[in-house]
Write a protein that binds this ligand. Structure first.
Ligand code: ATP
Length: 626
């Protein structure tokens, strides 16, 4: 057979299959004629990257290029799909295949069917108008010879098996009451994708708040290592619970750095952080900064690291092979069913359960920064805690307005996601501010940043007085070069090592009355804030965006909020908004207190410190396309 000048050799055992010997060391190319369901007879070709096909008798020449009901007929004559976009192939036996090679007098395709053996190829197709939105696509190929179909199924299966990073076994937690109470229905809608892709799932429908945390916390390393990842079917708060369940029992890390005068208990309890006495940090001395023994050097104290282990011993070496964090293989997945779903929107570019399911079965991977938030005192009157309370957040930690909205919204859970709008309005009308002192680590990243990020850094400097120009903002997208850049050392300690060699770092302070204090780990795009709280935040650059919204007139605050709600708005371009890009900060409240909101979960803290771990976890996602 001759095609496009290629010399195709007939496979003797399967006369309908042509094998091209010129596979350039990547395996031979297969070619056969099939009937593609709802299209017609095609020449199907398999090469090292995927499948492609051409319609043989698409439509007679007279009608070529004409249109039927406005649909360009020529556009369907050839197509291709990469193996990286294929998640399953199945032999489905004998049955009807619709051919549509006949055109009527008006050039419209007419279908007629024949019975034959068939196999289906299941893949992904991106929406033309919204590329981040993925839908499953299915192609059914038919042939009179069963063996021909079987050979093709085997070859495609072999190619799919060579695709790296695909999960085989997943632990799935479903929050039945998440969002509008659709958790179970959401899972049922996407579960067939997992079975078709032959991914084993152990599904647990939670019975109560804390259920997923407890299970994740108590899994032994041996059990955890049998899974390629854990999937949350729910909202950001539910994901946060699962994240904390895993990290609290296994991630052993020093507490966040802090200025010398912060939390006496840090030094008194003799646990994690040991300050190296002679360390100094360079930096200009204006009144707003603390340049006395600025940056402590931290060591993980042995006694503390053993305390981190849970009492049932999970995370111990004798429980089986170690489960390391960060983990090269194990990933988190989120199938959105919550009220906000900011993490899914930031990591997939859309809020669609099917898109998320397809990202998971195709084994996509994106790294995500995680904030560690350590509470040193719960209230102003409580004594410093013996054992500081550690929480992790993947998207946001916010105090004041953000905490009050969650507190208020809990009273109206019955309203579903609308409770956030209602509670938001009540809290806005109240216009409460809170006195607090914040210290944040200013890192001069000139030495560690590429030119592309320098624009962002200089923008950060100007943020006190005005926003960086829009042209300087670099949004985080798929294959983001800011996130992909090699850290100066291996995560999670990259920024700590940066701090240790910290002649470029200094503690800065801000004290006063704040409507809110927020630290965004990622942009936090969501349907109420289409660009997020910080449009140019990155998924894995090792920085938090500290947003200090100082007390201001009600009307100006409304203006700020309306800018947040508007695509292309400038919510940070106000004198009462401080925006700092930092790897760590501390917070102490003074007087009347609000509560913290960590990924939508309440966390009461009078005094806390926080730091970010660059790319600590991986998600089954590839980052937003737009
Ligand atoms: N079966 C359950 N019953 C009650 N609460 C649960 C259950 N399972 C989990 N939870 C808790 O519900 C809280 C909220 O969950 P989730 O984040 O899914 O919902 P949401 O608030 O509607 O969404 P979002 O966080 O996106 O705003 C979580 O803290 C989780 O611990």
């Amino acid at each position: 057979m001759e095609r496009n000048g290629d010399c195709l050799v007939e496979d003797k055992s399967h006369p309908d299959i042509q094998v091209d010997g010129q596979g350039q060391g990547q395996g031979p190319v297969l070619t056969s004629n099939f009937v593609l369901d709802h299209a017609g007879e095609v020449v199907l070709t398999l090469n090292s990257n995927g499948l492609s096909w051409n319609l043989i008798e698409f439509i007679d020449k007279e009608h070529g290029g004409s249109s039927c009901l406005g649909i360009k007929l020529g556009s369907k004559s050839e197509a291709a799909i990469k193996f990286s976009d294929v998640y399953a192939v199945d032999f489905i036996g004998w049955g009807l295949v619709q051919e549509t090679t006949l055109a009527n007098a008006r050039g419209c395709l007419l279908g007629h069917g024949s019975e034959m053996y068939r196999f289906t190829v299941h893949g992904v197709q991106r929406s033309m108008t919204q590329p981040s939105l993925w839908a499953p696509s299915v192609y059914t190929f038919g042939h009179k010879d069963m063996n021909t179909c079987q050979v093709w199924v085997d070859r495609i299966t072999a190619s799919l098996n060579m695709e790296t990073g695909r999960p085989k076994s997943l632990l799935v937690f479903v929050h039945p009451k998440s969002g509008k109470g659709n958790g179970c229905r959401t899972w049922e809608a996407v579960a067939p994708i997992f079975s078709r892709a032959k991914v084993k799932t152990k599904v647990i429908v939670t019975q109560r708040a804390g259920h997923a945390f407890d299970l994740m916390f108590s899994l032994t390393n041996r059990e955890l290592n049998t899974y390629d990842g854990v999937v949350a079917v729910g909202g950001d708060g539910f994901f946060n619970e699962i994240l904390n369940g895993l990290l609290s029992s296994r991630f052993k890390a020093p507490y966040p750095p802090a200025p010398a005068d912060f939390v006496p208990s840090v030094e008194n309890d003799g646990c994690v952080m040991v300050r190296v006495a002679n360390e100094t940090v360079a930096g200009p001395s204006d009144s707003s900064e603390d340049n006395s023994p600025l940056l402590p050097r931290f060591h993980l104290n042995e006694s503390r690291s053993t305390k981190f282990r849970s009492t049932d011993g999970c995370g111990d070496a004798d429980q089986g092979p170690e489960f390391s964090i960060p983990n090269k293989w194990f990933r988190f997945g989120i199938i959105p069913a919550g009220s906000t779903d900011a993490i899914v929107i930031c990591t997939t570019g859309t809020r669609d359960p099917m898109t998320s399911a397809l990202h998971i079965v195709l084994g996509k991977r994106v790294c995500l920064d995680i904030a560690q938030v350590v509470r040193w005192k719960t209230t102003s009157t409580s004594t410093p805690e013996d054992e500081p309370c550690v929480r992790y957040a993947a998207s946001f930690a916010g105090y004041g307005f953000y905490g009050d909205v969650i507190t208020e919204s809990e009273k109206y859970r019955w309203m579903g996601p609308k409770r956030y709008d209602y509670a938001g309005t009540l809290v806005f009308l109240r216009h409460w501010s809170y006195e607090a002192e914040i210290a944040y680590l200013e890192v001069n990243s000139e030495k560690t940043s590429s030119a592309s990020e320098k624009g962002l850094q200089s923008g950060r400097k100007r943020a006190l007085w005005g926003l960086p120009k829009k042209s300087e903002r670099k949004a985080c997208r798929i294959n983001c070069d800011v996130c992909d850049r090699e850290p100066t050392s291996t995560p999670p300690s990259c920024h700590l090592s940066l701090l240790q060699n910290s002649d470029e770092s200094r503690w800065m302070r801000s004290k006063g009355r704040f409507l809110s204090v927020g630290a965004a780990v990622i942009s936090c795009r969501n349907e109420r804030a289409p660009d997020g709280l910080v449009a140019d935040a990155h998924l894995a650059d090792g920085f938090l965006h500290l947003l200090l919204i100082k007390e201001c007139p009600h009307a100006l605050y409304l203006w700020h909020l309306t800018q947040l709600a508007r695509k292309g708005g400038n919510p940070l371009n106000f004198d009462f908004v401080e925006h700092h890009k930092t790897p760590a900060f501390t917070f102490t409240s003074i007087g009347k207190e609000s509560v913290w909101n960590l990924d939508g979960e309440l966390f009461q803290a009078h005094q806390l410190s926080a730091q970010v771990f660059r790319g600590l976890i991986s998600l089954f996602a590839s980052g937003p396309e737009v």
